[in-house]
Design a protein around this ligand. Structure first.
Ligand code: KG4
Ligand code: ZN
Length: 358
């Protein structure tokens, strides 16, 4: 058993809260055991990527079936690794949405069963709140703070004026940034998921093919990535029609520079306008080396504290769900056992509503 857990003893364990968290919103089955919303006792992740790669993208039906196959064993694995037993669990958290409805359902059924059998609260959790609070597993957050959420399904600027209170000040009007990466990669005949391949190609490129930036209206914090994606596709088509070689690396760099320029500029402007004390980066695209480097350089210049979780906490995982669920656990804001999967769950509505009662 983990030393610090032994030292804490059973009473302290109950007071700090041990949350068993489940994430099955897309193509990762993950279960974590989190103490006090900050300490990861275990975080087991089983990826289905190899299966979906054969189809060039996530196939929802297959995702659900794969979650069913492994969920029990992943729960057992996470508990074993945590050094705790089921009786030590204070609450069960699960991603309620957004995500693929069939995939979400698998986690929700498992979570409800555990919550009922153990007679502990159930906490339906927002996937993006999870990505944001992944930061709290490694850093202390100060408020107000601003988050740049960049994932396969989301691109948002979220302002947290106080703990657990989410206000979306900008969002994509079309493709999410990860989705645009994956579509461009597909056009360049790169495997799924394409983001890491574009990142690598851009890194190797000697020069960039310049591509337009979608700034939208001067005061808008919204994003649009479908135009730039179309510009890449049309450049590929033109080269193919002329029988010329496609300049994949230069195109990848041009695409990446355009996307990063807009993301970084808008995020820094929002930090200033809303008086944020920190800028947080989160979501799968936070793994992008170009984005991390550009944000780090700009934040250093502007003296803005920048928080980025380690790579394993950027992509989908259950530890982040446990971290976000802890906000609700502290306030005794529990879900009922008729909780339903909600593919379009609102982040703002998921905000906490009460002060901490513990
Ligand atoms: O957050 P995430 O794991 O899943 C969702 O909730 O969507 O994000 C997955 C997305 C994919 O679109 C993938 O291509 C992208 O993150 N991604 C990257 C990189 N690593 C993953 N995009 C750009 N550069 C990367 N290094
Ligand atoms: Zn995600």
């Amino acid at each position: 058993m983990n030393d610090s857990i032994e030292q804490l003893g059973q009473h302290a364990l109950q007071n700090t809260g041990v949350i068993l968290a489940i994430e099955t919103s897309c193509d990762e089955t993950s279960v974590a055991v989190i103490q006090d919303g900050r300490k990861i006792l275990s975080n087991v992740i089983s990826s289905q990527i190899e299966t979906h790669q054969l189809f060039g993208g996530v196939v929802p039906e297959i995702a659900s079936r794969k979650h069913v196959e492994v969920i029990t064993i992943i729960i057992e694995g996470a508990l074993n690794q945590s050094g705790l037993a089921l009786k030590d669990v204070s609450a069960v958290a699960v991603t309620q949405g957004p995500g693929l409805v069939g995939a979400l359902l698998v986690g929700i059924v498992a979570a409800k069963s555990l919550s009922m059998a153990l007679n502990v609260p159930l906490i339906g959790t927002h996937h993006i709140a999870g990505h944001i609070y992944a930061n709290q597993l490694v850093h202390e957050l100060t408020y107000p703070c601003l988050t740049l959420v960049v994932s396969g399904g989301h691109t948002e600027l979220v302002l947290l004026e106080r703990e657990g209170h989410f206000k979306i000040i900008g969002r994509t009007r079309d493709d999410a940034v990860g989705e645009a990466y994956d579509k461009v990669a597909r056009a360049l005949k790169l495997p799924y998921p394409g983001g890491p391949h574009i990142d690598r190609l851009a890194h190797e490129a000697e020069g960039a093919i310049p591509l337009p930036r979608a700034w939208l209206e001067a005061d808008s914090y919204d994003f649009s990535f479908s135009g730039i994606k179309s510009a890449v596709l049309s450049s590929i088509n033109q080269a193919t029609m002329k029988g010329e070689a496609v300049q994949a690396a230069q195109l990848a760099l041009g695409f990446q520079e355009s996307v990063i320029d807009v993301l970084v500029t808008k995020a820094v402007r929002a930090v200033r306008e809303f008086g944020a004390t920190q800028l947080l980066l989160c979501g799968g695209v936070a793994a992008n080396r170009g984005l991390r480097a550009a944000l780090a350089a700009r934040c250093e210049e502007e003296q803005i504290p920048l928080l980025i979780p380690p790579l394993t906490l950027c992509t989908d995982n259950a530890a982040m769900i446990g971290a976000a669920a802890h906000l609700k656990w502290q306030r005794r804001e529990y879900s009922s056992l008729d909780l339903k999967a909600d593919p379009s769950l609102s982040l703002e509505e998921w905000s906490v509503s009460q002060p901490v009662t513990l």
